[in-house]
Design a protein around this ligand. Structure first.
Ligand code: AMP
Ligand code: MG
Length: 342
């Protein structure tokens, strides 16, 4: 009797062991583990499909908290706040990651001729009040915007030359965060995951069945979750900037959060949304903000000149422009929209 019980227990062990090891394609558990929360001023969701270790999710959120604590403009003693407090006074030593992001921000300011402007802070603050500022207020703030006065010195020291200048990494930090999350996921053996930082998506690896991710591009014309099209690709960062993301209205006019540094006003052209595909999310993030300001023509030629980048532009008159390399990887969701491949 005792022997029979032992054999039975052994059989159960062996059988369960075998079934969990066998690559049973038809019976694969495709449900992900996930964690969400409000970080970096946005709603974050991480879904891991091929690894059920919840601890990885904790590691990811710990890192996000660290990035926020160092780079947020709203946290009293963050490295960025210390740089701003010491503007015009003295250089501030920052963590390696903050130095790296500022370096990248300055690089993109140069590449985009100042459309991406990391010292945009004084204007962002002014418009952040939620009413249209006066011309004199804008003129005062715009004087304190100039990336040439953002100095990266030795020993991780950063210095803003003029008092009142404000460094704002809001247009690039989420991209860096996505890259960091991806790095942590890969280090922990994850090969299939979706990182969603408020609509900025990183498709890590591929779907659990090995096929490409299908990543929706938000429609600027409809509520969240409605897509104008789908990106079909693996291992890709998909970052969007748009006038529909954050704005206020005054006298029936919309004032959004992406500021044209040359004018001191929210960028105003025929663009309503832009999505950038890239290998690294930090590049896509900085560029999506800049491309929104640059408009279709200048933006397209910039993207076509940089290896490994693709873009989807959505204009106010319902036209979708995609870069040439994206043909076949982009599916339009609505027949009403016109697809243009320049
Ligand atoms: P995104 O949503 O990535 O396009 O970034 C928008 C955020 O970046 C804003 O909320 C500001 O914090 C900041 N920002 C606004 N205008 C600019 C600009 N011209 N260059 C860099 N950052 C900007
Ligand atoms: Mg951005």
């Amino acid at each position: 009797m005792k022997d029979k019980i032992v054999i039975l227990i052994l059989a159960v062990f062996i059988l369960t062991g075998i079934t969990s090891c066998l690559p049973n394609e038809n019976n694969k558990d495709l449900s992900p583990i996930s964690k969400d929360g409000f970080m970096l001023g946005t709603f974050v969701v991480i879904r891991i499909y091929d690894n059920k270790d919840e601890e990885i999710l904790e590691k990811v959120f710990d890192r996000l908290k660290e990035i926020e604590d160092r780079m947020s403009i709203n946290i009293e003693n963050s490295d960025v706040s210390m740089i701003n407090k010491n503007a015009g006074l003295k250089p501030v030593e920052v963590h390696d990651d903050v130095y790296y992001v500022i370096q990248k921000a300055k690089e993109y300011a140069e590449i985009t001729n100042g459309a991406f402007e990391p010292t945009i802070g004084s204007l962002v603050k002014l418009w952040g009040i939620g009413t249209v500022p006066s011309d004199s207020e804008i003129n005062e703030s715009i004087k304190r915007v100039d990336y040439n006065k953002l100095n990266l010195l030795d020993d991780n020291k950063v210095f803003l030359e003029d008092e009142g200048m404000i460094l704002d990494l809001g247009g690039i930090a989420k991209g860096y965060a996505a890259d960091e999350i991806k790095r942590i996921l890969l280090k922990n053996g994850v090969t299939s995951a979706i990182i969603d930082l408020g609509g900025n998506i990183f498709g890590v690896g591929s779907k659990p069945d090995g096929t490409d991710w299908r990543i929706g591009v938000q429609s600027p014309f409809e509520p969240r979750g409605n897509h104008i099209g789908v990106i079909i690709n693996s291992d890709v960062s998909v970052v969007s900037s748009g006038d529909y993301e954050r704005y206020f209205e005054e006298n029936n006019k919309k004032y959004h959060h992406i500021i044209d540094p040359s004018k001191g006003y929210p960028a105003s052209n025929n663009v309503t949304g832009v999505t950038v595909l890239s290998e690294k999310s930090i590049d896509g993030d900085a560029l999506s903000t800049a491309l929104f300001i640059l408009g279709v023509e200048k933006g397209m030629s910039l993207v076509e000149g940089i290896e490994g980048l693709d873009v989807v532009y959505i204009t106010k008159d319902n036209k979708i422009y995609i870069s040439s390399q994206l043909e076949g990887k982009f599916e339009l969701a609505d027949e009403e929209l016109e697809l243009i491949i320049p």
